[in-house]
Design a protein around this ligand. Structure first.
Ligand SMILES: [Ca+2]
Ligand SMILES: [Ca+2]
Ligand SMILES: [Ca+2]
Ligand SMILES: [Zn+2]
Length: 550
């Protein structure tokens, strides 16, 4: 069967295909950009971050190829994985638009005994498991067999950062995961997007509950809803729609992720009140408001007061922070107010006008926890966090109390649900293509497969729990270089996601001569052997392959 991935639009393919040489392992870029555009853009560029390209098009191809090399060095497949790539313009405006569209291009079912029946696998994984190219493509298709039979499509918006298109965050094409803050790290983003195409995504539409071709997919068989105790593969479409927005209750039950996540994630940060005794303790909170500065522990340390304001038309309670001036002095202090009547950003702006250094907003429906806070006001500079309704009631009643800022909870892990499994992204407003096919944003430190790019990612050498999820859905890993595999039993990445071959690619970036490259490579392979990751024989084999591949 053939199933086009939901996030992609076949109309986005432009021009004739030109096949580039195979990558180090076996992931192949099919450049579908027309002459002079995207990957073929001749605009001069200055080499950056280990990327030696001297035109925009060259830098794009080099960075794109590095991501293919990195995944190719980790995942085991005897079948080339073909990736349709484009850097042509995608729809956008000055402030928003599409950064990238990526996903599996074909799916396969029932290709081998012993796998779940009538369950879609992305073709890259299915081919690897079957050991053959299960669908070579239809030569009569409008784009030809090569494109029709490809495994992954990854289209990037070549216009990002130019006037009229997501201005202010152009792509950074360095290979070192060291993007300046005002640019978007392409290698990190592409490692993320390729992961979707390799299997980090389900095939069901969370807004409608409609399954691709009416079938389950392998990813869904590891998605569990804690409210009903059902796997997504066991649910009706209506049940899937309901589950998709149960924030905090959708989890991944694959054994590799479940075993490794706890040791890779930090403990949950809690708002910590030290006095008076009646309210002392640790409180759950949420940051991540769409206005104000990033909440820091320091900003929420010190005296906290319940702000008092008029009971008036702007806000009928004296704790809602909807009116200025406040009737008590909050200057230099943290304030706490109640959700309701006026917007979150309005409350924050009022607190700021009264001289507060930070704001806590308490939820207002009985029994509910901290909430995400939307709203925009670029003049708000103080940070905001939220707390749950009942906690907020106690804190506001206390009137004034002392905070020690954020401290880690003794046991709870950031990103894990109450049952110990890693949470999937399930915001209360469904985001089709994003919901469930990412980790929840509450995971800390942030993971490659959270829905938003974060500055601390280093996908040039570490992909954290992504490989563990791949192993859960059936991928085998094996360190390989320049098309030579280390042999079965040798992992391609550590259990913490460190890509074993990555330093050798960096050797290649930095070496002035072939001799420099060989000595750098041998040094790294010796490190892997000394760490017990590869054998002495494998060290020799990979060294020869790497030298030939340079
Ligand atoms: Ca194929
Ligand atoms: Ca009021
Ligand atoms: Ca996070
Ligand atoms: Zn994504």
């Amino acid at each position: 069967m053939k199933t086009s991935f939901k996030a992609l639009c076949a109309g986005a393919i432009l021009g004739a295909a030109s096949l580039l040489p195979a990558q180090a392992a076996n992931m192949v870029l099919v450049n579908v950009d027309p002459a002079g555009i995207g990957f073929n853009d001749p605009t001069p560029a200055t080499p950056v971050g280990g990327n030696p390209g001297t035109t925009l098009g060259q830098q794009r191809i080099i960075a794109y190829s590095r991501a293919l090399q990195l995944w190719g060095s980790v995942l085991k497949s005897d079948v080339p994985i073909t990736v349709l790539g484009s850097f042509s313009p995608l729809p956008c405006t000055a402030t928003g638009g599409t950064l990238a569209q990526a996903g599996a291009w074909n799916g396969e079912i029932n290709f081998k005994p012993g796998i779940p029946v009538n369950t879609i696998y992305p073709s890259a994984l299915a081919n690897a498991m079957a050991g053959i190219d299960l669908y070579e493509g239809n030569p009569a298709s409008p784009d030809g067999a090569l494109i029709d039979g490809a495994d992954i499509a990854a289209f990037f918006n070549g216009n990002v950062g130019t006037p009229g298109c997501i201005e202010g965050s152009p792509w950074y094409y360095g290979l070192d995961s060291n993007s300046p803050a005002d640019k978007t790290d392409f290698l990190n983003v592409f490692m993320h997007e390729l992961s979707h195409g390799l299997g980090f995504a389900n095939w069901v539409n969370e807004a409608t509950g409609v399954r691709a071709a009416g079938l389950n997919d392998i990813y869904m068989t590891f998605q569990k809803d804690l409210a009903t105790g059902k796997l997504w593969s066991q649910m009706t479409g209506a049940e899937i729609v309901a589950a998709a927005t149960r924030d905090g209750q959708e989890v991944w039950v694959g054994p590799n992720v479940t075993a490794r996540a706890p040791s890779m994630l930090d403990r949950v940060q809690m708002l910590t009140i030290t006095a008076p005794a009646g309210v002392a303790g640790q409180y759950d909170f949420l940051g991540g408001a769409s206005f104000g500065s990033v909440p820091t522990s320091a900003a929420f340390t010190g005296e906290v007061v319940a702000a008092l304001d008029a009971a008036d038309a702007a806000g009928p309670s004296v704790n809602d922070g909807c009116s200025t001036p406040f009737t008590n002095d909050v200057s230099g202090k943290v304030v706490i107010v109640r959700r309701g009547t006026c917007g979150f950003a309005v409350k924050a702006k009022n607190a700021q006008l009264m001289g507060a250094k930070a704001i806590i907003i308490a939820n207002n429906a009985a029994g509910t926890g901290p909430m995400g806070m939307g709203g925009t006001d670029s003049s708000v500079t103080i940070p905001a966090i939220s707390v749950g309704t009942d906690n907020g009631t106690a804190l506001i009643a206390a009137g004034s109390f002392t905070s020690a800022g954020f401290t880690p909870h003794p046991t709870r892990i950031a990103g894990l649900a109450s049952d110990g499994h890693l949470r999937l992204y399930a915001p209360t407003a469904v985001a089709v293509g994003s919901t469930a096919s990412h980790w929840d944003v509450v995971a800390e430190p942030s993971l490659l497969m959270e829905p938003f790019n974060t500055v601390l990612l280093e996908a040039s050498h570490n992909v954290d729990l992504t490989v563990s999820l791949f192993e859960d859905i059936g991928w085998k890993t094996e360190i390989s270089l320049a098309g030579c595999g280390a042999g079965s039993g040798t992992r391609g990445a550590s259990v913490t996601g460190e890509i074993y071959a990555a330093p050798i690619f960096i050797c290649a970036d930095n070496a002035a001569t072939k001799g420099d490259f060989q000595s750098c490579t041998v040094q790294h392979l010796s490190n892997l052997r000394n760490a017990g990751i590869i054998s002495g024989v494998t060290k020799g084999t990979l060294g020869v392959c790497a030298a030939n591949g340079k």
